[in-house]
Structures are given as structure tokens and as C-alpha cells.
Design a protein around this ligand. Structure first.
Ligand code: NAD
Length: 427
């Protein structure tokens, strides 16, 4: 039986993502250097949050209003950085949590950004292309006081892509009276986008999965992988796993779940999904129950859709060796404990999906210098940052007997709070 649908941002433990973020901070606060304790409160309070009304004219002539948000969680280490999500369940609390995770993530991979996030509470599937453009442009204009290449640099997240970034960049540039490519990342190549950005998050998921597998003696060749979410992150993760010789046996998206014990043809499946807007009926695979997905025996489970998908209702049944969090906040704190007790290693979101923001950083640097790097150069630098970050976190986790999530939070929070403490208070 399929699990009943709750708003995606509320777990079945009835705890929202902002509360989850706060719990994660509380857990590591006592582990931080004592000198940083007076500054922990900074992490419990987003620096600034903006709620905007986004009116658009629908194709039928009527005006409709949507609610949009942009949150700067922390800018101690640099300008805000984080994606923009278009989803019917987006709330301020969810955006605050996503911004908080960006603060930690950017510090974990040591890119010089603070944490930010934005979103609009809208189901973009209900809008035409021109309505989507109008929505994006009005939203950009409403948040323009908060963004800028040295202030806060948005990027794609769920249901936003390179085209949406192009509209944001154009709208911001019109307001400035000049072309400002560095105001967003994840842009098309023709507008100062970076080679390798499209696959960067999935590539980072794979690199951290591979590093974890090395530590645990799990061969990638022939490993069984299941992936929830078949968008930017899920598809690229699945494809890169398959290219490395793993067998992606199940994929789930909002339309359902498909399975093939011998391994799915990821490229063909993506083509089918784009053409048919569903996974069901794709050649060479069987449709299985959404809930059965969670119990499939496998080496790697990659959640790459929404928050709180791994929760107390399915954590006991998960039969993976390693969970690699492509999504932000996919595991509730209760599920985290259950997985740990069952010996399942979780590579946390703030590390596993940091490949996207890492290549966004490369894109921002390239835009500033107007000098563009080759894809090999980008992938090699990404690979190095992801594997070094993984190994630093693994080492700390071993030394201090922590989960990888707690170790990542210790490293991330320490970097942010050191910057905060050194800057001191204004005035
Ligand atoms: P996307 O919009 O490209 O894809 C989302 C996928 O999730 C789609 O395949 C959709 O069908 C599926 N999905 C939605 N609701 C679902 C449900 N209830 N059950 C199963 N599948 C469902 O989004 P994305 O950019 O791939 O982002 C996915 C996750 O990764 C989000 O948590 C996002 O914050 C995170 N993330 C994205 C990036 C990035 O670079 N895009 C970077 C870091 C983290």
C-alpha cells in the first residue's frame, strides 16, 4: 500500500525541517570548542527572511497571487548562496531550514559563501511557459534588494533549471542597467554557465558514495543502487553510478516506481520520462509499489527528492548498506537513530549533495574572471574537494565516535562560528 501523502515538508513524526535543523545544531553544540558556544545562537536565528507577494497575469487574463520567500540564514563567511525552489508545499519554515543547511554545507566544502535559500509556493506544472517566466521575473524583482553577485547568489533547486536562472539573471540585469552574469549560477552555457554544473550534484553524490564504499569494502562494480527522485540530482546520480558499473535496480519519481533486477537503462528511462511525464510503461522495467521501494535490498540508497522521506515508518525496513543523501533533509532525526542502530551508514546531505554548490562556486569565479575552464578541469577540482571533504569528516567521525552527520556539522558549525566570533558584533 502506498503511504498516505502528507505535505512534503512535514514528516510523519510531525516535525518540520526547521525543527530538524535546530535539533541537528543542538546535537553538536556541546561538541564545539567552548570559545564558540556564545555564538551558537547565531545558527538558531536566520539573519534575514523576506516574504513577497508574487502576482502574475495568467494566460486567461486573470491575476493570480503566489507567496515567495528568500532567506539569508548566515553570511558570516561570505555572500549568501542557495537554490530557489518552486513547489506547492514551500513554506517560510522549509526555506529557513534549507538556508540553514546551505550555511553548514558551504562551510563543510569550504567555499566562501554563507547560506541562503528561496522559493515560491506554487505547483509549476499548472503554469504555461510564459506564466512561469512571468512568475520568475516578478519574484526576482521582488527579492532584488537581497540578491547580487557579492550579496546572495541563487541557483536551481526543485523545479527550477538553467532557463529559470537565465530569466532571473536577465531580470536582475535589467534593473541594474548592465549584464550581471554572476548574480545566479546554474545558468545556460551561453550566459556564463559552467561546464559540468548540470551533473555536479549527482557527481558529488557518486564521489562521496564511492569514498564511503572504499572505507566499508563495498565494491561499486555490480553494486545495487536505488534512487528516489529522477530530476537533476537523481538522474545524474543514477547515470554516474551506472557508468561506474553499478546496477541501478529501482527509480522512483512523483509518478511512481520502476524496477529491473538486472539494472535499468538510465539514459533510456530519462528519455521516456521526459517524453511521457511518467516512469510507468518504460520499456524493460516493471512498475512496483511506492512503499515497496524502501525495502529493496541494495548497497546504496540515494534519496534525491524531498525532505523527511526516510522516517520512523520506513527506517526499520531499509535494506541498504549506505544511504547517500542527494536531497536536503531526507532523513528525520528519529530515522537517523534507527539507521545508525542498524549499522546503515548515512552520508549526510551537507556533504553528499555539496557538489552542486561547489561547481556553482567555480561558475561564480569564472564569471568574475571572464575566463572559463574545461570540463575535465572542473570535474577534477570537484572530485578533489568532495573526496577531501569526505575524508576529513570520516576521520573526525572515527576519532570522536560520531555519525558522519554530526562530524560534518562539527566541521561546518566550527568554520561558521569561528568567522562569526572573529568578526565580532556591530556596532
Ligand atoms: P528536480 O525538480 O530536478 O527533481 C525532483 C525529483 O523528485 C523529480 O523526479 C520528482 O518527480 C521527484 N519527486 C517529487 N516529489 C516526489 C515524491 N513525493 N516522491 C518521489 N519522488 C518525488 O529537483 P532536484 O534539483 O533534483 O532536487 C532534488 C533534491 O536535491 C532536493 O532536495 C534539492 O534541494 C536537492 N539538491 C539539489 C541540488 C541541485 O543542484 N539541483 C543541489 C543540492 C541538493
Amino acid at each position: 500500500m502506498n503511504t498516505p501523502q502528507l505535505p512534503s515538508y512535514i514528516s510523519r513524526e510531525n516535525i518540520g525541517p526547521w525543527q530538524i535543523f535546530l535539533q541537528q545544531v543542538e546535537q553538536v553544540a556541546p561538541l564545539l570548542d567552548k570559545a564558540l558556544w556564545p555564538w551558537v545562537e547565531t545558527l538558531r536565528r536566520p539573519k534575514r527572511s523576506l516574504i513577497v507577494d508574487v502576482p502574475i497575469r495568467r494566460d486567461n487574463g486573470e491575476v493570480e497571487h503566489f507567496e515567495g520567500y528568500r532567506v539569508h540564514h548566515n553570511t558570516s563567511r561570505g555572500p549568501g548562496k542557495g537554490g530557489v525552489r518552486f513547489h506547492q508545499d514551500v513554506t517560510l519554515s522549509e526555506v529557513m531550514a534549507l538556508a540553514g543547511w546551505m550555511t553548514i554545507k558551504n562551510a563543510v566544502v569550504n567555499v566562501p559563501f554563507g547560506g541562503a535559500k528561496g522559493g515560491i509556493r506554487v505547483d509549476p506544472r499548472q503554469l504555461s511557459l510564459s506564466e512561469l517566466e512571468g512568475l520568475t521575473r516578478r519574484y526576482t524583482s521582488e527579492i532584488s534588494s537581497m540578491i547580487g553577485p557579492d550579496k546572495d547568489i541563487p541557483a536551481p533547486d526543485m523545479n527550477t533549471n538553467a532557463q529559470v536562472m537565465a530569466w532571473m539573471m536577465d531580470t536582475y540585469s535589467m534593473g541594474e542597467g548592465r549584464t550581471v552574469t554572476g548574480v545566479v549560477t546554474g545558468k545556460p552555457l551561453s550566459l556564463g554557465g559552467s561546464l559540468g554544473r548540470q551533473d555536479a550534484t549527482g557527481r558529488g553524490v557518486f564521489v562521496t558514495a564511492r569514498e564511503a564504499a572504499r572505507k566499508l569494502d563495498v565494491p561499486i562494480e555490480g553494486a545495487q543502487v536505488i534512487v528516489q527522485g529522477f530530476g537533476n540530482v537523481g538522474e545524474a546520480s543514477a547515470r554516474i553510478f551506472a557508468q561506474a558499473g553499478a546496477r541501478v535496480i529501482a527509480v522512483q519519481d512523483v509518478s511512481g516506481t520502476v524496477f529491473n533486477a538486472a539494472g535499468l537503462d538510465i539514459v533510456a528511462l530519462k528519455r521516456y520520462q521526459l517524453e511521457n511525464k511518467t516512469l510507468a510503461g518504460a520499456p524493460g522495467c516493471e512498475v512496483i509499489d511506492n512503499d515497496a521501494f524502501w525495502s529493496l535490498p541494495c548497497e546504496f540508497l540515494v534519496p534525491a527528492a524531498l525532505e523527511s522521506q526516510i522516517n520512523r515508518y520506513n527506517a526499520e525496513r531499509i535494506a541498504a548498506r549506505i544511504v547517500v543523501e542527494g536531497a536536503n533533509g531526507p532523513t528525520t532525526p528519529e530515522a537517523d537513530v534507527i539507521l545508525a542502530e542498524r549499522g546503515i551508514v548515512v552520508v549526510p546531505d551537507v556533504l553528499a549533495n555539496a557538489g552542486g554548490v561547489t561547481v556553482s562556486y567555480f561558475e561564480w569565479v569564472q564569471d568574475f574572471s571572464s575566463f572559463f575552464w574545461s570540463e575535465d578541469e572542473i570535474n577534477a577540482r570537484l572530485e578533489r574537494i568532495m573526496s577531501e571533504s569526505f575524508n576529513a569528516i570520516w576521520q573526525l567521525a572515527e576519532q570522536r565516535r560520531l555519525s558522519l552527520r554530526s562530524a560534518a556539522f562539527v566541521i561546518g558549525c566550527s568554520r561558521v562560528l569561528e568567522a562569526r566570533a572573529t568578526r565580532g558584533l556591530y556596532p
